[in-house]
Design a protein around this ligand. Structure first.
Ligand code: G3H
Ligand code: ZN
Length: 286
């Protein structure tokens, strides 16, 4: 079916009191697995390409975006395409050229005032070009190359009053908040501050986004959605499934050389992970 828009999927999730998942695409197999998982779970999903993934593809957005969009259009599931953790102005321009309908602009490492100023510029860019903009306040932490943050340190988490002021000042369409998750966790051991999620939901007039969801156990994700979290971002869990399947295959088949032999189980493992996360988000929030 035709691509759907991230903003529409998020609005529908809010209206229906459930969450919507966004999965990171690195390779063609990731995109195919997300589509297969969404089809088997009979759920919508968002395919998101991060600035780091674009860097992996030589800094070129067009090839990976075209592949992900083609996979999404060929799927029977409602799928949207999103650009994630953008910091570079050149990538914003590339997103416009490639027809992205949504981006996450990440100024979370800047001071509050600089974050507001830069994000507001991006929101105005988005308004000119019909692009839905997510931004981050607080520090989810754990992104590649950055000093790991303790997600439970006061000051790292998002303050509800500051979040309300930030949304009013920037005009963002959705807000990524720091409530106890951290990027790139390979074990699902994070505990979230659900009382803070509820306070943020009450204070902030736009949908809330949970980053670093790979490290969050099923029950914590369900509780976060029940408390008001809407967009659930998952990346590392797909890579854990992919690499685990490749590792197991090559350990058993030491003479194998055809990548299709191990990419089939890798893709199937990722599709299973996608379907599992989507299954968590189906239940009504309240
Ligand atoms: O923006 C992407 C997500 O926050 C993914 O985080 O790789 O820890 O699941 P994760
Ligand atoms: Zn993230």
């Amino acid at each position: 079916m035709p691509l759907v828009r991230t903003g529409d999927l998020v609005s529908a999730a809010v209206a229906e009191g459930r969450g919507v998942a966004a999965f990171n695409v690195i390779t063609l197999e990731h995109a195919e697995a997300i589509a297969a998982g969404a089809e088997s779970a009979d759920s919508p999903a968002i395919l998101q390409i991060s600035e780091n993934a674009v860097a992996f593809h030589g800094g070129r957005l067009a090839p990976v975006a075209a592949a992900a969009a083609a996979v999404a259009r060929a799927s029977s599931a409602p799928l949207a395409l999103h650009l994630d953790h953008v910091t570079s102005p050149a990538l914003l321009e590339a997103a416009r050229e490639e027809g992205f309908g949504s981006i996450m602009f990440d100024a979370s490492k800047l001071s509050y005032d600089d974050n507001v100023r830069r994000t507001n510029e991006v929101v105005r860019f988005g308004l000119r070009h019909g692009i839905w903009v997510e931004a981050e306040l607080g520090r989810v932490g754990g992104k590649e190359g950055e000093t790991p943050l303790d997600a439970h340190t006061p000051g790292v988490r998002t303050d509800p009053e500051e979040a309300a002021a930030y949304v009013a000042a920037t005009g963002v369409n959705a807000l990524a908040v720091a409530v106890g998750s951290s990027h790139a966790m390979t074990e699902r051991t994070a505990t979230l501050d659900h009382a803070l999620v509820s306070r943020l939901r009450d204070a902030v007039p736009v949908p809330l986004v949970l980053h670093g969801s790979s490290g969050v156990p099923d029950a914590e994700i369900r509780a976060a959605v029940a408390a008001g979290m809407v967009k659930i971002n998952v990346g590392t869990a797909l890579n854990t499934a992919y690499t685990g399947a490749v590792r197991a295959f090559l350990a058993a088949e030491t003479a194998a050389v055809d990548p299709r032999k191990y990419l089939v189980p890798a893709r199937e493992a990722m599709a299973g992970t996608v379907a599992d996360f989507l299954g968590l988000l189906r239940a009504p929030r309240r």
